[in-house]
Design a protein around this ligand. Structure first.
Ligand SMILES: [Zn+2]
Length: 296
């Protein structure tokens, strides 16, 4: 009898809690982290592992997540082209396009020099989350969307968002102090994901290795980059965990250039409210470790 009662009670409680907060889906880990902090709960996540944020292939379980979501938080069409059709056909959820949220600033994709974005890419650089000021604007947009869908918890979302914004502001000051000595140091990134971070903290990559993260790099481009490295114009070459390291090995073979790892998504980090600040700290730490030596 007791057991039956316990099961009935747990079913009722599950139903109540499911009713309490709207079902939410976030596309990438950094967005998921900001949403989790504002919700005080665990939204669904689409790109969970080490896949590229640009060319994700939806699994059947992802279609279920999209189908049951009441709100979908995405960066937007400059990043998640793979989502346009599924969102149009699988869901009636509110779609929150964070690249268009009030206060989020968009930068044009970098071109020229050692940056050569794919001609098919959109005009905007979609990696907006790597600027903490954008993360603050995104946090406000997330709180507004959650409150609209679930006004009963508006005060909770407002309080969580205020706490998150204060933490982001404090971390921005810390990172600015940590990165100030690195101004002007030249480095290559794997793909051009870090412009927002660099602008905010006064850094500037010399170039990116891939023109598009999912395409092979041509021999002429490899030779151009090898020349820049051999000429001593590069202090550090960064790879990314989403892509195999053999290309970096080809580029740096026979040189003394340092290498490091930059991860724009938090591929190895546990999803949740702490992921975003950990991601930013690990980017700053990787840059500082590879560039701190002023020998170049
Ligand atoms: Zn990217």
């Amino acid at each position: 009898v007791h057991r039956g009662f316990a099961i009935a009670l747990s079913v009722i409680l599950a139903a109540l809690s499911a009713h309490a907060a709207p079902r939410v889906l976030a596309t990438i880990k950094p967005v998921h982290s900001l949403v989790a902090a504002v919700m005080g709960g665990a939204p669904d996540l689409l790109v969970a592992g080490a896949q590229s944020e640009h060319s994700y292939a939806l699994k059947p379980s992802d279609a279920d997540k999209i189908g049951r979501a009441r709100i979908v938080f995405e960066i937007g069409p400059d990043l998640e082209t793979y989502l346009a059709r599924p969102l149009a056909t699988l869901t009636k959820a509110d779609i929150v396009v964070l690249e268009r949220a009030p206060g989020v600033h968009l930068l044009p994709a970098r071109r020229g020099g050692l940056f050569e974005p794919d001609a098919e890419d959109g005009p905007n650089d979609p990696h907006i989350w790597l600027d903490p000021e954008n993360a603050i604007a995104m946090t406000r947009a997330i709180a507004a969307a959650l409150t609209k869908a679930d006004p009963a918890h508006g005060a909770l979302y407002a309080a969580n968002a205020a706490r998150q914004i204060a933490a982001l502001q404090a971390q921005e000051k810390e990172l600015a102090a940590q990165l100030a000595p690195l101004h002007g140091r030249p480095y290559l990134v794997f793909h051009d994901a870090y412009q927002y971070f660099e602008r905010r903290f006064g850094l500037a990559a010399t170039g990116s290795i891939t023109v598009a993260p999912d395409r092979p790099v041509g021999p002429r481009r490899i030779e151009t980059l090898r020349q820049a490295i051999r000429a001593g114009r590069i202090a550090c070459v960064f790879r990314e965990p989403q892509f195999p390291p053999h290309l970096i090995d080809t580029l740096t073979e026979g040189t003394s250039v340092r290498t490091g790892v930059l991860d724009p998504l938090g591929a190895a980090l546990v999803p949740g409210p702490d992921l975003y600040p950990k991601l930013m700290r690990s980017l700053a730490g990787a840059l500082a470790a590879c560039l701190a030596d002023g020998s170049r």
